[in-house]
Design a protein around this ligand. Structure first.
Ligand SMILES: [Zn+2]
Length: 199
């Protein structure tokens, strides 16, 4: 990615409905993931500060992990607090993700699954006639829900995934995160056994 592409990724997704409802972005969070101060991120993003291609690679890697769902975080009430390290989770994405129809109701669905039509992995929960469905955001954005009688559900699938696979009431330390204790396996079964090490 060029520096311009990195900036474009941030500004596009920062105002994007899916990101806002599932993985809200902000400079503090991106800086924390990138290992840079918030002001550095901000000045870089608005073009006040240039960075070397080597340093940009670190940001590009963060973007790759975010898009691949290898990093997820719990949505905070205050967007600026979404960088709270206690709500971060590092995951191992499956090498071969499961394909799903752009609208499906499979209860075993995970945030790694890909849309069979567009290969995307941005899903939103939708209710149709009291039944819960998962809908591809790229193929069927919320503006099209009316065409199939869908009603948007205000819920973060990412947060739900975290709550199902890790005990969020337990506070993790920064050391736990960097030492990979929070790294969860790709399947639900092993992820459950991969709960936080109490040591
Ligand atoms: Zn799709």
């Amino acid at each position: 990615m060029t520096l311009a592409e990195i900036r474009a990724w941030y500004y596009k997704n920062r105002n994007d409905h899916w990101y806002n409802s599932q993985l809200p972005l902000d400079e503090r969070l991106m800086g924390m993931l990138w290992g840079k101060a918030r002001m550095v991120v901000k000045r870089f993003l608005i073009g006040e500060q240039s960075i070397s291609p080597q340093i940009a690679q670190g940001y590009e890697e963060v973007i790759r992990q975010v898009e691949n769902r290898e990093i997820i975080w719990k949505k905070a009430n205050n967007a600026h607090k979404s960088a709270d390290k206690n709500s971060l989770m590092y995951l191992k994405a499956p090498a071969v993700p499961i394909k799903r129809n752009k609208i499906h109701s499979d209860k075993n669905f995970t945030i790694f699954d890909r849309c069979a039509s567009c290969k995307g992995n941005q899903w939103l929960p939708v209710e149709v006639d009291g039944k819960r469905l998962y809908v591809c955001y790229s193929c069927l954005p919320p503006s099209q829900y009316r065409s199939f009688g869908g009603v948007a559900i205000n819920e973060s699938l990412i947060t739900r995934y975290m709550e199902e696979h890790l005990c969020l009431n337990q506070k993790f330390s920064e050391k736990d995160i960097t030492s990979g204790i929070l790294t969860s396996a790709s399947t639900a079964t092993s992820a459950r056994t991969g709960m936080i090490n109490p040591k």
